[in-house]
Design a protein around this ligand. Sequence first.
Ligand SMILES: Cc1cc2nc3c(=O)[nH]c(=O)nc-3n(C[C@H](O)[C@H](O)[C@H](O)COP(=O)(O)OP(=O)(O)OC[C@H]3O[C@@H](n4cnc5c(N)ncnc54)[C@H](O)[C@@H]3O)c2cc1C
Length: 330
Amino acid sequence: MREFALIRAETADAAIAALTAHPNARLIAGGTNLVDLMKEGVETPTHLIDINGLGGLDDVQARGNGGLMIGALASNSAVAWHSDVQVRFPMMSEAILAGATTQLRNMATMGGNLLQKNRCFYYANHAARCNKRAPGSGCDAMDGVNRMCAVLGTSDHCIAAHPSDVCVALRALDAVVHVTGVNGHRAIDFADFHKRPGDTPHVEFELAHDELILGIEVPGLPFAANSTYLKLRDRTSYAFALVSIAAALKLEGDTVDDVRLAVGSVGTVPWRSADAEDAMRGAPATAETFAKAADIFFEGAIPRAGNGFKIELAKRAIVRVMETLKERAI
Ligand SMILES: Cc1cc2nc3c(=O)[nH]c(=O)nc-3n(C[C@H](O)[C@H](O)[C@H](O)COP(=O)(O)OP(=O)(O)OC[C@H]3O[C@@H](n4cnc5c(N)ncnc54)[C@H](O)[C@@H]3O)c2cc1C
């Protein structure tokens, strides 16, 4: 690991000032992703700005409209076990608890989770070409080991899948990311926060260098009480998803009244399809309806040699999850 200076920021303004003063500085929260990347030489900051001393950003506040405001420094564990999260948004709690390990979840923060880097086999491998790590170098995943890679939202420059679990739930729930920086506060729709690779795979987030995340707002959604998260992976613990499903379902009799559906680890960003949801709304809540929506979800998917199985796996997982939610809704 290279030498770096440590700055302890006590306020958001101090953190922003330090970021502005040091173009190659990084904020550090739980450190569970950043420190690994520093050890691997992928991240080489000159300064680390420790934001753990910022007050008031580590809790979960229930909002009167049934929503939540989650502080950026709230630990993944604190959010997963918060009673309002468990009751109002079980998909979010289940998604967090499906990730990493207890020790990691105790350290990892929600802000850091949103900004975690991808787990493509080639990203931290300096012997390989990777347009995210070294822009313009090429992408060895295209014709290489791409079993974990994305089939949706890819480009000719990058096929890395987005790895987070809770971001899939947050995408389904239309969360909003609140940030602050030199130019003041911004509220960013979750759909816009993670960027598809396009021609610039190294530009991953809608966040300027001088900005920091303050919190994540989850709008009230009463039927999210009937929601769940299914994570399919190579082993049942301590593994990133091959495919994951975050869904919520509201029935009116035997008909789908409303639905949310996002799929993880199949897209370069947490993926949602308005067309797939629209195909279910107003339709009979049957396996046929869910299977049709799953087909629509993956229209336009581009499989590579090693990851085509994800499409069929995810389609079947969508039907299974929707059937589960249907049983619970009755
Ligand atoms: C072995 C292992 C297994 C894992 N398994 C899973 C898994 O199954 N599912 C899953 O979803 N995740 C998994 N993770 C990822 C884990 O959830 C993330 O590492 C963690 O959430 C990052 O949070 P952190 O606070 O430690 O971030 P840090 O490592 O401190 O920071 C990560 C990035 O976010 C930036 N940052 C942090 N906070 C802010 C802020 N408030 N504003 C602006 N920038 C900020 C940092 O500058 C850095 O770039 C795993 C991690 C490890 C190490």
